[in-house]
Design a binder for this molecule. Structure first.
Ligand SMILES: NC(=O)c1ccc[n+]([C@@H]2O[C@H](COP(=O)([O-])OP(=O)(O)OC[C@H]3O[C@@H](n4cnc5c(N)ncnc54)[C@H](OP(=O)(O)O)[C@@H]3O)[C@@H](O)[C@H]2O)c1
Length: 523
């Protein structure tokens, strides 16, 4: 038989194996999840439903169990009842009682005070009995800290004192956001955690990274030959990232008064999305290779001192206005908010990444509460054409644009120029849209399923590393300090239901650009 000759000049591409299992392909092995803060909102609204979804999906092995730790006097049975109602509430009508009961049976309750050694002593004994081999040493134990940040060090120190940290090499520590409130506190928290656990055991949650469309940024960029060659300062004019919420602070007023918009959204979600857009191709898809590249982006940010903050960042706070056609209150009259609050609910800023790929390309970031609609997206605007080939009509041509929508719809749209049908030579923009739900007939995948599944499997790719967290604080600390030392006198400065204060429009307009959506409700 004739040999098929290899075509000359074609080198086979190196195949890089992703360690990340594809959905449904790999079942998590047996694990014990210990939830601190098991009586809180996060556990009831996110963790229990996500575990249930994995259970229903047959992604949890039969012997896996959950040990709920709390200070309330509950029995296994009463906690299981709470699990039962959390599931029924989150899956109304869909969860069959006998299946939910079987799921609830995976849960056990351990009562104790976080500062008491007795809690950790009992915990160690319970872990041994719940571990499939009868010994905690080789078990896959996930310590999930669903507690307020101030008690995290207490728990970490307790686990460490009783040999439940790095001496259990398969164990993991999951820490919720916020991770610190500035660089100093993030460094201190990292020091405390890394005194007890190895970095490879630590999962710092930024659930935005677990969103399908955010992950798809990398697939889009590095899975297509078309875009990466133009993904740079030579072809891209600027990039906008918007995370807009139409809701106010609702019942999270007390929490929000402590953090404000920069700590709540910019330091984590916006920074991580930006890194996915701006990073270099990693040498592979192992967690640290991806995290190395994200980290390099943060280290390439232009330093934002007080002068920069004044010139290129804008803060806002919503006043009364309209949301969905009904009157809504301003931030200062929300529950558990000071009537003289200076806390910001809106941020817009121009960031600069001083590296070879992005020199000179502005990244405009915008986020806020009580904006006209809920939308998260990345918009990449390409440069104008070098020549007006079609004469005057070119003056009206939109540059090519690419929009990666994260929510509410997960979609990618590309703006191209085409000829308008007819005898004339009129260029018009046309939109090519790829919609996830339409193409794959799937709804948005709940992010906590992905988060938990990755924690259980030990895949750290979607979890920021110590250096990433510290680098983002280092970028934003001077901005926070500048504004905290000079709180804007004009708050509230945008009406609920508008796209933020006028200064945010000026920020881009003075550079000859405009926000997407800027035609709609202005302040
Ligand atoms: N809720 C969310 O959707 C969400 C989203 C993202 C991140 N997070 C983060 O997740 C963490 C938990 O949030 P959450 O909304 O669940 O808060 P939460 O509803 O206030 O619940 C906090 C949990 O921690 C326990 N706890 C608080 N102080 C304690 C102490 N001193 N000793 C022992 N236990 C203590 C509470 O126990 P008791 O019931 O006995 O008070 C409760 O189980 C926070 O860091 C938050 O920022 C939450």
């Amino acid at each position: 038989m004739a040999q098929i000759s290899k075509r000359p000049g074609r080198t086979p591409a190196r195949t890089l194996e992703s360690r990340r299992p594809r959905a449904g392909e790999v079942r998590a092995g047996p694990f014990v999840m210990v939830i601190f803060g098991s009586t809180g909102d996060l556990t009831a609204r996110k963790l229990i439903p996500a575990l249930y979804a994995l259970h229903e999906d047959s992604s949890l092995s039969g012997s896996s169990s959950v040990l709920a730790v709390g200070r309330r006097p509950l029995s296994d049975e009463s906690y299981r009842k709470a699990v039962f109602s959390a599931v029924r509430k989150n899956f109304p009508g869909a969860a069959r009682p006998e299946r939910v009961a079987a799921f609830a049976h995976r849960f056990h309750y351990l009562r104790g005070e976080l500062q008491d050694d007795a809690l950790y002593k009992t915990l160690r004994a319970r872990l041994a009995s719940l571990s499939p081999s009868g010994a905690a040493k080789d078990a896959n134990i996930v310590f999930y800290l669903a507690v307020p940040p101030q008690v995290v060090p207490l728990i970490v120190a307790g686990l460490d004192r009783f040999g439940l940290g790095r001496s259990l090499p398969q164990s993991k520590l999951v820490v919720e956001k916020p991770f610190g409130k500035d660089l100093d506190s993030a460094e201190a928290l990292n020091r405390q955690i890394l005194a007890a656990f190895d970095e490879k055991q630590v999962f710092r949650i930024d659930h935005y990274l677990a969103k399908e469309t955010v992950q798809n940024i990398l697939f889009f960029r590095f899975g297509n030959a078309l875009f990466e060659p133009v993904w740079n300062a030579r072809y891209i004019d600027h990039i906008q990232i918007t995370v807009a919420e139409d809701i106010g602070v609702d019942d999270r007023g007390a929490f929000y008064e402590q953090v404000g918009v920069i700590r709540d959204i910019v330091q984590n979600h916006l920074m991580q999305v930006l890194a996915m857009v701006a990073m270099e191709p990693p040498a592979g898809f192992e967690a640290d290779l991806v995290r190395d590249e994200r980290s390099k982006v943060f280290h390439s940010f232009r330093h934002m001192d007080g002068r920069y903050a004044k010139a290129f960042t804008v803060l806002g706070q919503y006043g009364p206005g309209l949301a969905g056609g009904r009157k809504v209150r301003g931030y200062r009259t929300e529950a558990r908010v000071s009537p003289a609050s200076q806390v910001s609910t809106f941020f817009a800023g121009r960031f600069q990444i001083d590296n070879w790929r992005w020199a000179g390309v502005p990244f405009y970031l915008r986020t806020g509460k009580r904006l006209p609609r809920r939308v998260s997206e990345i918009s990449i605007e390409f440069k104008k054409l070098p020549l007006r080939l079609f004469g005057k009509a070119c003056g009206h041509m939109e540059p090519n644009g690419l929009v990666l929508s994260i929510q509410p719809q997960e979609r990618i749209s590309l703006v191209l120029t085409v000829k308008h049908p007819g005898m004339g030579s009129v260029p018009v923009p046309a939109r090519m849209v790829f919609d996830y739900a339409e193409s794959f007939h799937v709804k948005e995948h709940p992010v906590y399923e992905r988060v938990l599944s990755d924690c259980i499997k030990g895949d750290l790719t979607l979890f920021p590393r110590q250096d990433e967290v510290e680098a983002t604080w280092a970028v934003l600390d001077p901005v926070i300090e500048y504004w905290e030392s000079r709180p804007p006198a004009c708050f509230p400065n945008y009406a609920a239901g508008t796209w933020g204060p006028e200064e945010a429009f000026d920020l881009v307009a003075r550079e000859g650009r405009a926000w997407r959506f800027s035609g709609e409700q202005r302040a």
